[in-house]
Design a protein around this ligand. Structure first.
Ligand SMILES: [Zn+2]
Length: 411
């Protein structure tokens, strides 16, 4: 048996965007997918296939993947574990290959959410039928989410995981939906499920008690110790419902540099070089600043002032730094234009637009092509409602047909 591995499934484009008071445009979600692919995450939970305003975005991103511009990362949709959601999914997003099907498993939710509509047995029946239908309709990989797993009775959770495996699911997602677990409990609970069911475990944690990264690592360790692969759910900058999900960069750093983690293998595709870029972009797109003390990417993460610390860091960085800022793609000075600046936006004309793209060293074959891209840039600005960043401008010029689909919405 090969040694179990830890993979990252990022849920910024699902848990992150369903969070109260923050959102991303479909272009911003696309950019996040491109950056996630660059940083090497295994899979992006890229949206809601049964939600109508997502359809064009989801199909366009699948097309991008098919073209090779968004691969090898998997694109996976989140739906409820019902036959109806499965059917709607394949009607609206026919090319989708990866899904996570979600259903609640705790007594609390079964009693107070389903209110008699579903009991323990019918939840397993509903879930297994949904898994089988999804496979029939073309799903290549399926994760089954046990919502509120941390408050679910152990025997039932094991029964649920075994049923998911038998129905053909590839993973079971242990959801600490309320952020209730501690590293001690999540380790024991995931160990029990993984040992009994022998199925890869996805770990989805929340930060209501400030334990989210610790819980995610403890959960992954438990799965690996039981001989099963682990898939940690993350969000860029720790976005996500309420107090958030596990921060992408912190989770990667904890696996790479955490004490006692050196014998656990992280997906070798992970490359933190893109960390700085994706975190800055997500902060801009969400409109949520990165805290000064954020691990890895906060402005104080490599800053030293006090006499003893500054002296020590200058003598040898390992005196006061666990990892290098260069590894996270930091260290390049940021250039800010302080003179004249032409921007491209919804009311731009061709001359200013040409100036912007000249600076990006993007050339157009003729005037007609330039006019076509200008029109798309205007729409992109209407769509995002904030100045476009260089990577967005480059994306539009490179993939105009995909961009057009992303901006198109018909209620
Ligand atoms: Zn969640």
């Amino acid at each position: 048996m090969s040694k179990p591995k830890i993979y990252i499934i990022d849920v910024t484009n699902r848990d992150g965007v369903q969070t109260s008071r923050i959102c991303l445009s479909k272009l911003e979600k696309t950019m996040i997918n491109l950056y996630l692919n660059e940083i090497g995450v295994f899979q992006s939970e890229f949206g809601f296939p049964f939600t109508h305003h997502e359809t064009n975005y989801l199909n366009a991103n699948l097309e991008l993947a098919k073209k090779g511009a968004l691969s090898p990362m998997r694109l996976e949709g989140w739906i409820r574990a019902t036959k109806d959601d499965v059917k709607t999914t394949f009607k609206m997003v026919s090319g989708i290959k990866h899904l996570n099907l979600s259903i609640s498993t705790s007594d609390q939710m079964i009693t107070h959410k389903f209110k008699g509509k579903l009991d323990h047995a019918s939840i397993i029946k509903e879930m297994t039928e949904a898994v089988k239908d999804a496979k029939k309709l073309g799903a290549e990989s399926i994760g089954v989410n046990a919502e509120d797993a941390s408050r679910t009775r152990m025997e039932y959770l094991v029964e649920f995981a075994l049923a998911a495996k038998q129905a053909g699911a590839q993973r079971v997602r242990y959801c600490d939906t309320l952020g209730f677990d501690t590293p001690f409990t999540i380790y024991e609970r995931i160990k029990t499920v993984a040992e009994a069911a022998q199925i890869p475990i996805e770990i989805h944690c929340h930060n209501d008690l400030g334990l989210v990264v610790a819980n995610s690592i403890a959960g992954a360790k438990a799965a690996c110790d039981s001989g099963c692969d682990a898939y940690i759910n993350t969000c860029v900058n720790g976005m996500g419902e309420r107090a958030g999900n596990a921060d992408l960069v912190s989770v990667i750093l904890a696996i790479k540099y955490g004490s006692g983690m050196q014998n656990y293998s992280l997906d070798e595709r992970i490359n933190l070089k893109a960390a700085w870029k994706i975190c800055k972009y997500a902060s801009y797109a969400f409109g949520v600043p990165i805290p000064i003390n954020q691990p890895g990417v906060g402005s104080n993460a490599f800053a030293h002032e006090s006499g003893i610390h500054a002296d020590g860091a200058l003598k040898d960085r390992r005196n006061y730094e666990l990892y290098d800022y260069e590894e996270l793609g930091r260290g390049e000075p940021e250039i800010i234009e302080t003179g004249r600046k032409i921007t491209a936006g919804e009311y731009s004309g061709i001359k200013g637009f040409r100036n912007v793209y000249d600076k990006l060293e993007v050339a157009f074959s003729d005037d007609q092509q330039a006019t076509e891209i200008l029109e798309l840039v205007r729409y992109a600005n209407v769509h995002n409602q904030k100045p476009l960043v260089d990577d967005e401008l480059k994306f539009i010029a490179k993939h105009p047909d995909i961009a057009r689909k992303i901006f198109t919405m018909e209620p």
